[in-house]
Design a protein around this ligand. Structure first.
Ligand code: ADP
Ligand code: ADP
Ligand code: ZN
Length: 305
């Protein structure tokens, strides 16, 4: 099957607490495609008290998976919305082999295709620690890590000022079950995309920024400028939205055109870090602006991971 003209779907897979939401909130903004997190959609249904929300409640509170059919229908329904016309980031879906198989078929019927499955790998003991300290904003879904039982900062979201909360299913007794469910149900999904040669394994046990750089270089890449001995970040036009100026083919973050992006020219993340284009780097940082990773307050502690 040729995938030309197919709507690109990017999957973000990984255990609970791996950092999927943290990374997706940044990447979807950069790629200008929506971030669709099945957990966020389910929580929104619960808040609205819909039939789906009520049906999902007991499963979520126990850390069990919501039945496949309900979740698949919910995600496919979301993919009907106009903002997904250029593609979407799916976070936390699919979670079972059956979801993956059904999704592959339903996506193809909608002229959509999974282009890449980014898999964040993080050791279990780190997951448990991260989840215990996870505080969320109910409005914008930003997450804030805390290293004590108190909420981080003044307990409010830096981006929108809302009161932060902890998820009921982030309690330690539920978290272990979620991790067990993940190992049993979701590892086969990882294998499924590995067999189809779509899986990219990413070490998620590093700083948020380091993980982000690796994800970026896998989504588009890092390419050496033709006349400059430094590396630019570019995003391939299949992911990049039309910004109303011109097409994005070969365009880097700093706006230069780098026509040759053959694999020979492509660098690694380390190359970019060692010899970055300053303007690409500044642009990368500027685009991270509206989505905070942690409150910038004197009480914020460094990450011990
Ligand atoms: P995590 O932080 O574990 O990635 P999520 O917010 O993605 O958590 O999911 C929270 C809960 O929502 C899960 O424990 C499960 O009950 C339900 N859920 C989310 N996505 C799915 C899915 N694809 N299939 C079944 N249940 C799901
Ligand atoms: P997921 O969506 O995979 O369940 P989150 O993105 O919500 O995970 O991250 C879980 C917690 O860990 C959050 O409190 C987040 O701030 C924190 N976190 C995310 N990525 C990292 C990282 N690379 N290093 C340290 N903490 C992280
Ligand atoms: Zn917020």
């Amino acid at each position: 099957m040729t995938t030309d003209g197919y709507r690109p779907i990017i999957l973000l897979l990984g255990p609970p607490g791996a950092g999927k939401g943290t990374q997706a909130r940044f990447l979807h903004d950069k790629l200008a495609v929506p971030h669709i997190a099945s957990g966020d959609l389910l929580r929104a249904h619960r808040r609205r008290g819909t039939a789906l929300g009520n049906a999902a409640q007991a499963y979520m509170d126990r850390g069990e998976l919501v039945p496949d059919q309900l979740v698949v229908d919910m995600v496919m329904d979301r993919l009907e919305r106009a903002d997904t016309v250029r593609g979407a980031f799916l976070d936390g879906f699919p979670r079972t082999l059956s979801q993956a198989q059904v999704a592959d078929q339903l996506l193809a019927a909608r002229r959509s295709v999974v282009r890449v499955a980014l898999y964040l790998e993080v050791p279990t003991e780190v997951l448990v620690e991260r989840i215990a300290g996870r505080w969320l904003c109910p409005s914008c879904q930003a997450t804030y890590p805390s290293h004590s039982s108190a909420p981080p900062g003044n307990g409010r979201c830096v981006a929108c000022g809302d009161q932060l909360y902890q998820r009921a299913d982030d309690r330690p007794e539920v978290v272990q079950n979620r991790i067990d469910v993940y190992l049993r149900e979701t590892l086969p999904v990882i294998e499924h995309y590995a067999r189809r040669d779509l899986l990219v394994r990413v070490d998620g046990n590093r700083s948020i920024e380091a993980v982000r750089t690796t994800l970026c270089s896998n989504l588009g890449g890092v390419v050496r400028g033709l006349r400059h001995n430094h590396w630019h970040v570019y995003f391939s036009d299949q992911f990049r939205a039309d910004d109303g100026r011109s097409d994005w083919r070969g365009r880097t973050l700093c706006g230069r055109h780098v026509d040759s992006r053959s694999s020979r020219e492509r660098g690694s993340e380390d190359d970019f870090r060692a010899h970055p284009c300053r303007r690409c780097q500044l642009e990368l940082r500027a685009r991270q602006g509206p989505i905070p990773d942690a409150p910038v307050l004197p009480t914020a502690q460094p990450q011990h991971t």
